[in-house]
Design a protein around this ligand. Structure first.
Ligand code: FAD
Ligand code: DHB
Length: 391
């Protein structure tokens, strides 16, 4: 089979890129290791930046998002049980975030892909990249339908942190920057109304907690936990008690406890691979970088990467200009590093580290109080939280 762009991975990055290329009249084939049901079933991100919503709108994929997504013009931070609100819209000069689950985004992307006739090969095993340093790269794989060879102009690795594409870049070219955090996030979903109308990020002496939601009837909660703990260590009652403590008395009282589902523990990591291009291979999304989830940047970064790459590839095919594709890695990394900084900073401000003694805790509390009282600090927070522009 021959196509112009082979995309490895049908997560948000791969699917949005396929739609962007389709809109520019560029042929693409997406190769995905899992089934559609598996990809759609993964519970992950929940908060979309304004730029992500704008991108989905431009692609005509915003109909259900407008109807069911929850527009939040503010968010709450809590310091040892005392919460305060940051008016994101006022502090950022008019931008908001939208609560709409990654599962819903992925579902909409798959539905529209089918309606628009995009090609996706599911259950692809043994995905291999060939000749990426030449003008005629190829991807081979095996699906239940048989062996495939995709000859193409470009390969885009949207295959997440554990994918195969990043590993195809020679070790002497690729640089890694990494921080692994000494704790994880225990997450649950529950069929109960959220504790507050907006999200609450809680920094407590006992550790971090986040009250989020998927709808007005479904809540999503996270608490910081040790990585050596197992799910069996966290029966529902213990999670609710801990959430109530960390959120503080007034929110804790209002917490609607229900049976949890989708209980899982996720590790926290900051990671960047440089460069995001080698020859005819580009990396986008989690394949190139990971942020700790505090601040909800992961999915949004995947979207900003592919927005930049989609533009660059459209320019290449329309004008035979390589300026855009040559600039992609540098341009994407400039934004990636700023989101890495914000996620790292927000994690450091709100989590309990092994070295968090009395002095370090006072520093966190002082910085939270600064955020509570300083419009300038709130403006910097809001600008980053709603998403930096694509420059
Ligand atoms: P992925 O979603 O990982 O997709 C990669 C795809 O490639 C997968 O479908 C995978 O099956 C496929 N693949 C892998 N290997 C191969 C292979 N060899 N061949 C073919 N296909 C392959 N981000 C936010 O912005 N906001 C949030 O609120 C947020 N919350 C999060 C909460 C949790 C608990 C977690 C775990 C993550 C969260 N994130 C959040 C991060 C976000 O989910 C990811 O950043 C996002 O999914 C990245 O999209 P992606 O398309 O780059 O990668
Ligand atoms: C969610 C996850 C995040 O990492 C975050 O900062 C906000 C919300 C969520 O899954 O709802």
């Amino acid at each position: 089979m021959r196509t112009q762009v082979a995309i490895v991975g049908a997560g948000p990055a791969g699917l949005i890129l396929a739609h962007l290329l389709h809109a520019s009249g560029i042929e693409a084939v997406v190769i995905e290791r899992q089934t559609r049901a598996y990809v759609e079933g993964r519970v992950r991100a929940g908060v979309l930046e304004q730029g992500t919503v704008d991108c989905l709108t431009k692609l005509g994929l915003d109909e259900r998002l407008r109807r069911e997504g929850l527009r939040h013009s503010g968010t709450h931070l809590s310091s040892d049980g005392e919460d305060f609100r940051i008016d994101l819209e006022a502090a950022s000069g008019g931008s908001c975030v939208t609560v709409y689950g990654q599962q819903e985004v992925t579902h909409d992307l798959f539905e529209a892909a089918e309606a628009r006739g995009l090609t996706i090969l599911f259950e692809a095993d043994e995905v291999r990249l060939h000749d990426i340093e030449t003008d005629r790269p190829a991807v081979t794989c095996r699906t239940p339908a048989g062996e495939h060879r995709l000859d193409c102009d470009f390969v885009v690795g949207c295959d997440g942190f554990h994918g195969v594409c990043r590993a195809a870049i020679p070790a002497d070219i690729l640089r890694h920057f990494e921080r692994v955090y000494p704790f994880g996030w225990l997450g649950i979903l529950t069929e109960r109304p959220p504790v507050a109308e907006e999200l609450v990020y809680a920094s407590h002496e006992r550790g971090f907690a986040l009250a989020s939601m998927r709808s007005l009837m479904r809540s999503r909660y996270y608490i910081q936990c040790d990585m050596d703990q197992r799910l069996e260590d966290w029966p529902d009652e213990r999670i609710w008690d801990e959430l109530a403590l960390r959120l503080g008395p007034s929110l804790g009282e209002r917490l609607q406890r229900g049976p949890s589902f989708e209980k899982s523990i996720a590790p926290l990591r900051s990671y960047v691979a440089e460069p995001m291009r080698f020859g005819r291979l580009f990396l986008a999304g989690d394949a190139a970088h990971i942020v700790p989830p505090t601040g909800a940047k992961g999915l949004n970064l995947a979207v900003s990467d592919v927005s930049m790459l989609g533009e660059a590839l459209a320019e290449y095919y329309a004008e035979r200009s390589v300026a855009g594709i040559d600039a992609y890695s540098t341009r994407a990394l400039a934004r990636v590093w700023k989101a890495e900084r914000f996620s790292w900073w927000f994690t450091s401000l709100t989590h309990r580290f092994p070295q968090t003694g009395a002095f370090e805790r006072r520093m966190q509390v002082a910085e939270l109080d600064y955020l509570r009282t300083s419009p300038r600090a709130q403006a910097a927070f809001a600008e980053n939280y709603v998403g930096l522009p694509l420059i």
